[in-house]
Structure formats: structure tokens, C-alpha cells
Design a protein around this ligand. Sequence first.
Ligand code: ATP
Ligand code: MG
Length: 342
Amino acid sequence: MNQTSFTPRVFSGIKPSGGLTLGNYLGAIKRFVGMQGQMETIYCVVDMHAITVWQDPKELANMTREVAAGYLAAGLDPSQSILFNQSQVAAHAELAWIFNCVARVGWMNRMTQFKDKAGSNAEKVSLGLYAYPALMAADILIYQATHVPVGEDQKQHVELTRDIAAKFNHDFKTDFFPLTEPVIEGPAMRIMNLRDGTKKMSKSGESDMERINMTDDADKIAKKFKKAKTDPEPLPETVEGLKDRPEARNLVEIYAALNDMTPEAVIAEYPGAGWGTFKPALADLAVAKLAPISEEMARFMADPAEIDRILGEGAEKARAIANPILRDTYDIVGLLRSDATR
Ligand code: ATP
Ligand code: MG
């Protein structure tokens, strides 16, 4: 098998570690839905990644449903894409163990997400948080996925996935795993925190004011944009004027991504505009785009049994792809299987 012979297949996931944000929508969900129908698409609620930091067991299942509702409300069609939660497909964790034995400690030490999330507390965080990128590589490669749409923050992890695939292929003298491509394109690949333009917007961030949640109502969205940190200058006349203005650039990029336009076109529409003009326009646009999705999310959340049914059906389809790939992997590694048919 050579690298050109893999069927084009998309995999990506979102952690149920908090309410979905505008960053998750623009950097991930909106683009996932856009890839539907172009190639085989597999989308996951990665609950096993969520528990790398503490999650209240009473909340976790509900958060898992809420992320699934976010996907569905944004247009994910379970007849076109496979949608499931990670823990229902055991092959992810089984392949992750093998990848723990392929990946090198030195590679993990370079992962910036671990450094950001562990902060000064690196001795006290879970071993799972450290090993997270090997599980992510397994999530992707258990489907031999060729393309992974992600935000900019996940680029390093997809590159590590390629390193793991390459080392596995080299060590076992095979071409079994593809060298997966990260798909990172468009204006909103790193939406920044509204109160600190040097940090990314995250669902697990400390303050609710630093992010727009997909379920925020119109008043909250308007208030959060109004209070968003900016510099005192108005918008520039050309997009080059956004250089070294991270907060201004962030708001322009959010507008561009929400309205499917380029940052250049946004500046052409609002040259030299003050924040008193631009922020309310941005809030109106965000409400117009998010309100129909959050209404739909609420409709799905009112019927949790239906979400569970969709996730269960998706998991069954996912297992049908993943299990044969896991069996072949075991054979390549030399792990004995008494019943060769299982
Ligand atoms: P957490 O704080 O728990 O890490 P998160 O908001 O970073 O949550 P993830 O579940 O880690 O969300 O990531 C899900 C997807 O959303 C990934 O593809 C990631 O790249 C993307 N994403 C997350 N935050 C942003 C952001 N601020 N801008 C663009 N894309 C983002
Ligand atoms: Mg994250």
C-alpha cells in the first residue's frame, strides 16, 4: 500500500469540556458541516479527552449530548456523516495504548497545549493530559483518516499524529497508516479571548465574559462584544493596518468568518469605523447567525433519548470501520489473537 491509495476520509472531534464557543463554531463545526458530502466524514464528541481534566460525572453525559446537539443544530446530517461519542468505540483507547509505545517522551514534551493547560502545575496534572496527543492520533488513525479539519491550536497535534504514523510505518516496515493532512483554512482559525487578545477563546476558560457561547442570547452577545477589549484606535482603512492590533484583528476576523467574507472585504465595508459602530454591527451579525442554531440546539436537548439514539447508531457505524483496522494493527505488532475471525 502506498500513501496515495487511502480513501479520502475526514475525522475530527470536540471535547465535552464546557459549553460550545464561537471559536468551536467558526474554527470547527461550521467547517465540519461544509465538508459533508465532499468525502466520507466522521465526527466525534471526544469524551475520553474531556476527562483528562476533572469532569463532574453528573454533568459529563449532558455535556456530551450538548456538543452533539451543537453539531446537529449546525447542520450535521447523521445520514451523511458518522456522529458518535468516543467512549462508545473502544478501539480508540486500544490503539492509543499502542501509540503510547510508539510516541517518544521527547515529542510529548514539545506539545504547547500541555504546557498551556498544565501551567506551573505540571507535576499535579493527570498522566492522561500528558498522553492526550497519542489518543488524538489514535482517534484519527483508527479510521485511517486522510484529512483533519481543526483550528490553528490543534495543528501541532496533527503534526504529531503524522510523526506517530511515520514511526509506526517505519518500525514495522509497512505503509499501514496515512500521513494525515491538517485542514486549517479561512479567516477564523484562531479566535482570541475577548478580554485578552494574546490568548485563544476556550470553552474551559475562566471567565464567561471572555467568550461567546453558542447558546448566549442576543443581550449577552451584545454585552460581551461591547465589553470586548480593544485599542483606542478606530478600524484602519486597509487590512494591513490590523498588524500588531490583535484585538481589532480578532473582531474583524470574527465578522469575516460569520459572514463568509474576507477580512479585506470587512475593512472595505467599515473603513475607519469607530468601535461604537463596528461592535454593534458585529453583535447583530453574530445574533443573526447563532440564534437559529441555538434554538435548534434547545430543540435537540429537549429530546435526549433521540440524541443518544443518533450517537449509538453512529458508534455502530464507527466500530464497523475501526475494528478491522485495529485487528490489522494487532497483527502487524504481533499481538496474538486466539480467534483469528474476531
Ligand atoms: P478546551 O478549553 O476544553 O480545550 P476548546 O474550546 O479549546 O476547549 P476543543 O474541544 O479543545 O475546544 O477543540 C475543538 C475544536 O475547536 C478543535 O478543532 C479546535 O482547534 C477548535 N477550536 C477551539 N478553540 C478555537 C478557537 N479559539 N478558534 C478556532 N478554533 C478553535
Ligand atoms: Mg482545546
